[in-house]
Design a protein around this ligand. Structure first.
Ligand SMILES: [Zn+2]
Length: 87
């Protein structure tokens, strides 16, 4: 019984270490690349062609923001990490 509990706890801890979520970049936002253009008229068309999307990866603990370009497929797989806005 203790073994099961331990494995459960280690599983819980390992998922806890990955405490982050994604917020999709809005098309009307300024592009992450710093061009000053909106995402939709900068990197968005290229991402769309390649089935990718820019997201902010936000660390839940530190609030650190990292820009990532992920495939839509991967994002669908990790849909549980996607939030509509920064909370
Ligand atoms: Zn750009």
């Amino acid at each position: 019984m203790k073994k099961i509990l331990d494995s459960f706890l280690s599983f819980f801890n390992s998922t806890k270490e990955e405490a982050f979520y994604y917020v999709k970049m809005e098309r009307n936002e300024k592009c992450y690349c710093g061009s000053g253009k909106k995402y939709k008229s900068c990197h968005y068309p290229d991402h769309q062609k390649r089935s990718k999307i820019a997201v902010r990866k936000i660390d839940e603990k530190t609030g650190e923001v990292e820009i990532k370009v992920l495939s839509i497929k991967k994002l669908r797989k990790e849909h549980f990490r996607v939030r509509s806005s920064i909370s």
